[in-house]
Design a protein around this ligand. Structure first.
Ligand code: CA
Ligand code: CA
Ligand code: CA
Length: 298
């Protein structure tokens, strides 16, 4: 008879041993599969190895079976083949999912860093020009300097919006504002009022708030004054003393990483500590110092 056949019953002792090995193999195989599902590749390989050992021990019995003139596959052989291939497929799938998760995390970290750099480069480019006043008549300078918001004017164009400075700050793009939108951070402390992350924005000429960087957990503007001291909340009288601005920006990954808990604390330029958030988001802090040479002219 070809195909599935039962074991010959010429030896009750051999049959019992085979049955025991068969059951044990299935048990080990099933446990191995569970370990694969649980994500333990090392344990899976161990159990796969043990199953292979059982298969080796059975090979003698199987040879005897063949010698008796039987052909085809036994049910036991088929079951073992299924368990072993299941383990191999499980191990491959487990390795694939681990690699996929690592790739996603790296992707998110790279995205966060690019997000931060791009946003801070743009902020730095304009903050460096804060108070630009080539004619000395425009009265350009800081208009709001708070921990989470920085607004200033500069004279960089004329009434047409295309020419060069004309001695005032009432033209296009001459009033700049950086921070979260007032809807996200009404108290201007640089921490979204929702407690989560928000979009860091730029507004010019009283227009709408344009997004600069998504998923920002917190931002801090720290103002360095002419006497070397610094503050995140200068008085109006101190606005003219600001010589540099230090920006600390903390980005949060778009998605969570279930295998990671953010227990880090993030220290800003002023010494304020953000976190630990103890959640599953990865974060990156970037701190830049921008010299405001045009404010020195005041
Ligand atoms: Ca102007
Ligand atoms: Ca003008
Ligand atoms: Ca706030």
């Amino acid at each position: 008879m070809n195909g599935l056949q039962d074991w010959p019953s010429h030896s009750a002792e051999l049959y019992c041993e085979r049955l025991w090995l068969y059951r044990r193999s299935l048990r080990k195989g099933w446990h191995g599969l569970r370990m694969v599902v649980a994500g333990s590749l090392g344990q899976s390989i161990l159990h796969l190895w043990k199953s292979v050992g059982n298969v080796n021990r059975m090979s003698g019995a199987i040879s005897a079976y063949r010698a008796a003139g039987n052909s085809g596959f036994t049910l036991v052989e088929l079951m073992i083949a299924m368990v072993v291939s299941g383990l191999i497929i499980g191990a491959i799938y487990s390795a694939y999912t681990v690699q996929q998760a690592t790739y996603t995390v790296q992707d998110q970290v790279v995205e966060m860093q690019q997000n931060l750099r791009a946003a801070l480069e743009q902020v730095a480019r304009e903050v460096r020009m804060a108070g630009l006043d080539p004619f000395g008549t425009a009265g350009a300078g800081l208009t709001l300097a708070s921990p989470g918001r920085l607004s200033f004017t500069l004279d960089r164009t004329d009434d047409t919006g295309n020419g060069s400075a004309d001695g005032d700050t009432n033209d296009a793009n001459e009033a700049v504002d950086f921070g979260f939108s007032p809807a996200d951070d009404a108290d201007n402390d640089g921490i979204p009022d929702s407690g989560g992350a928000a979009i860091f924005r730029r507004q010019v000429g009283g227009g709408g708030y344009q997004p600069l960087a998504e998923s920002i957990q917190a931002v801090e503007f720290n103002y360095i004054l002419a006497d070397g001291s610094s503050t995140t909340a200068p008085s109006l009288a101190q606005y003219k003393q600001v010589r540099a601005v230090q920006i600390s920006m903390l980005a949060r990954a778009r998605g969570v990483d279930r295998n990671f808990t953010d227990t880090n604390s993030y220290r800003t330029a002023s010494g304020t500590v953000w976190g630990p958030y103890n959640d599953n988001f990865r974060r990156r802090l970037l701190v830049v110092t921008i010299q405001c040479r045009n404010l020195e002219m005041e």
